[in-house]
Ligand binder design. Sequence first.
Ligand SMILES: [Zn+2]
Length: 68
Amino acid sequence: MSTAVTPLARTLDQELLALARGASLECLCCGEFVMRLRGVLACPECRALLADGKEVPEIVLPRVSAAG
Ligand SMILES: [Zn+2]
């Protein structure tokens, strides 16, 4: 008997890995496209940052001019 359980944390971890490797370019928070800035994936929509290391470099995200 085999039980195939995929914990949510594991799925999320794989999503993060896919993002970090550039396999996926969708924000995990809002699903918008993220952009690479100095080795960090940044979402201009919801301002989520995904850094590979522990330290997140200071990044100035471009403003989304939709709400101007
Ligand atoms: Zn986002």
